[in-house]
Design a protein around this ligand. Structure first.
Ligand code: ADP
Ligand code: MG
Length: 698
């Protein structure tokens, strides 16, 4: 039996056509040219593509593949794939396995069934997929997967990957300019990096299948609170249950084979909630890997008779799930630009990049907020266990002190962390970080990167990442502009840092983001607090944002408007499904159970009365149940009316507003009556598994 360590190294990346495989299988000159192309240098010719495609096919066939697919990420936020076989007929009636460069680099899926936000008329069905050679191809099952960008016939981006790739170029270009101005001419490119921590719930498949709300919407639309919730704080980092540990092992193995470096796993705060984190990599590959991770978490769960819930808020009353996007920038010379070093006050490059991020976050807070606005997150953001909808930056004591020094004229010292002595002679002294953690901050500096915590657990990492890249690129371009013109770069840098430290100190908040006092304080500071998804999505097309994306060639005005429309329609569409599902369950499962119970109660009362006993409690319960049945009935009718009305509105933002202002409150009324009934009706008659069962039974 092999130990686990050698197992990992044996299987890691075994199904990936990675650099090592290419080096081994491609002719030397082709490998070299291709390596340069991936760095953005040199032309991609069809001859190179042909050679690579052929090597890829041979490798994939050895791995048992029979098909290939262009794997892309349309605006649904999910991935899409269309499989074609390698089989090609020969004139003599036989077949050979073939794969050309043309098939590798370009595909032509019918684009008409993917959301386009009006970018593509239905009669112009044609769309193109283009190979993204910066993300490695891999074999999964019997198919060779080729990561691709997806665009319309006229070249507009119809996917999540295209703007991300464009934003990576933007941030690289501006960062290189700044570095050059600061005297670092040897840097050719800068890559943005991402390590997304993924939260999720696991519940037993048996319970899942009995709940149409979970099956159709991914979250519970009914459910009285469990007598025990998360108040004991005993789940976070708790010992892993055997069944869960077996599941996680299986997930890791699957991911390692695909080259996804899943490393950290632990229980999360809520019962039945867990987290998985990979080792960070370039933003683009990390985003692809996160899609594979979500898919694998769901698929492997079924094998273990679990269901993995990725929804942002599957259960009311316990924590929701997010994705913590750890983001930074690294040079091609290997320097992490957000690494402060031991004396950050002297690290000019670090201070410039740190200040650039701070200014970007403050200047474009509304865009960052909008990049995480979706239906699920609306229930999560602003609730007391998640970052509030106010965007602020956590720096910690050391950097906060440096920022204050900068604002006052110049940074002269860095606070030290020191040592932590535990007072026990057998325990070693621990070096203490000079920066504590702040788990409540939506945008926290965590040692050598920023952690954007508002991202929802179902979301593609692309949106939040391309927004961060673009807004940082924008501020870097301002800084580069000023430094390139300056006669004395050192002086100019100090001036810029001072100004940023002064102007944007308001966005820095090191306290408890969940406290009510922060909401008041943030308002005083003039920071936006956009609570609803609709309001937030409406800010995307503000003039300043259109200019920003256009300037850095990330999205055209049309693309930005189209995206906003898709997001608004997605919001309305998902609430519509939730409302219809709720009506279905309320009318066909809950109401009949309540009627049955009230009937039984009434006949029992009759029997008891016949026996000559008056029972007041039975009378009280029956009255309560019947009162709530009336409330439920009225709620159902009201919900039906509001849904009908909302469905008939055609303007996307007006429709989304109707869902938010009328349908969501009507749903809350139905739920309130039903949840109250759940606490009164015979548990054996109740048609849905309870919160307590789902969250605590393994
Ligand atoms: P915590 O839960 O304490 O925040 P984890 O270890 O769960 O930390 O996750 C931290 C994540 O940050 C990992 O995915 C890690 O690879 C990632 N990370 C570390 N350094 C960087 C960096 N320079 N750029 C992007 N992500 C990073
Ligand atoms: Mg973590």
């Amino acid at each position: 039996m092999k130990n686990e360590q050698s197992q990992i190294t044996d299987i890691f990346g075994i199904n990936v056509f990675n650099d090592a495989v290419m080096r081994q299988r491609l002719p030397k000159n082709i490998y070299k040219q291709f390596a340069a192309i991936r760095q953005g240098q040199g032309d991609f010719t069809i001859r190179i593509a042909d050679v690579i495609a052929n090597a890829m096919k041979d490798w994939a066939l050895e791995k048992g593949a029979t098909h290939f697919c262009h794997w892309f990420q349309p605006m649904t936020g999910l991935t899409a794939e269309k499989h074609d076989s390698f089989i090609s007929p020969t004139p003599d009636g036989k077949t050979i396995m073939e794969f050309s460069g043309k098939l590798l680099v370009q595909g032509e899926p019918d684009a008409s069934s993917f959301p386009s936000g009006g970018l593509r008329a239905t009669f112009e069905a044609r769309g193109y997929t283009a190979w993204d050679c910066t993300s490695p191809v891999f074999v999964k099952g019997k198919t060779l997967y080729i990561p691709c960008a997806f665009c319309s016939y006229t070249g507009e981006a119809l996917d999540k990957k295209t703007p991300l790739l464009r934003s990576m170029e933007a941030v690289s270009k501006q960062a290189v300019r700044v570095l050059k101005a600061l005297g670092q001419a040897n840097v050719q490119s800068v890559t943005s990096t991402l390590g997304p921590e993924q939260e999720y719930f696991l519940i037993d498949r048996g319970f899942f299948e009995k709940r149409l709300d979970l099956v159709l919407t991914g979250r519970t639309l009914f459910g009285a609170p469990s007598p025990r919730g998360q108040e004991m704080d005993d789940h976070y980092f708790g010992t892993l249950h055997e069944r869960i540990a077996a599941y996680m092992n299986d997930v890791n193995t699957e991911l390692w084979k695909l080259g996804v470096s899943a490393t950290t796993q632990h229980n999360e705060v809520s019962p039945a909630q867990y987290e998985l984190a990979p080792v960070f990599t370039t933003v683009n590959v990390a985003t692809d890997h996160n899609q594979l991770t979500m898919e694998t978490l769901e698929k492997v769960a079924l094998r273990h008779h679990f269901v993995c819930l990725l929804n942002e808020k599957p259960f009311v009353g316990v924590n929701g799930s997010g994705k913590h996007n750890n983001w930074s920038m690294v040079t091609d010379t290997g320097v992490n630009l957000l690494d402060p070093g031991s004396t950050p006050h002297e690290n000019m490059v670090f201070l410039v990049f740190l200040c650039a991020v701070i200014r970007a976050v403050d200047k474009y807070a509304k865009l960052l907020r909008a990049s995480v606005a979706n239906t699920g997150n609306e229930h999560r953001l602003g609730a007391n266990e998640a970052p509030p909808a106010i965007v602020s930056v956590f720096l910690g004591d050391q950097l906060n002190d440096i920022l204050e020094q900068l604002a006052a004229g110049g940074a002269k010292s860095s606070q030290k962390g020191g040592e932590l002595k535990l007072g026990i002679s057998t325990l070693p002294p621990l070096p203490k970080d000079c920066t504590d953690r702040n788990r409540t901050s939506p945008f926290a500096f965590t040692g050598n990167r920023f952690e954007f915590r508002m991202v929802g657990s179902t979301q593609s990492c692309s949106g939040p990442s391309f927004v961060i890249n673009t807004i940082v690129a924008d501020v870097l371009s301002e800084i580069a502009g000023a430094l390139e013109k300056a006669r004395d770069v050192r002086k100019e840098t100090h001036k810029l840092l001072k100004k940023i430290a002064k102007d944007h100190h308001r966005v820095v908040f090191n306290g408890d983001n969940y406290a009510d006092a922060w909401v008041v304080e943030a308002e005083k500071r003039g920071l936006p607090n956009i609570r609803s998804t609709v309001e937030s999505l409406e800010t995307i097309t503000e003039k300043e944002h259109v200019t920003l994306f256009k300037k850095h060639k990330v999205l055209t005005k049309q693309e930005l408007y189209a995206r906003t429309e898709i997001l608004l329609e997605g919001y309305s569409g998902s609430i519509n499904i939730e409302a219809l599902t709720m009506l279905n369950i309320a009318k066909r499962q809950i109401m009949p159970a309540c009627i049955e119970y009230s009937g039984r109660l009434a006949s029992s009362m009759g029997i008891v009365a016949d026996a000559g006993v008056v029972c007041n409690s039975m009378q009280t319960i029956l009255e309560k149940v019947c009162g709530l049945i009336d409330e439920l009935g009225a709620g159902i009718e009201a919900l039906e009316t509001t849904v009908d009305k909302a469905q008939s509105i055609s303007k996307p933002n007006m429709q989304a507003r109707a869902y938010r202002d009328t349908v969501i409150p009507a749903m809350a009324t139905v739920r309130q009556a039903a949840d109250a009934l759940e606490m009164l009706v015979d548990a054996d008659l109740w048609p849905l598994p309870s919160y307590a069962e789902m969250l605590f039974l393994r």
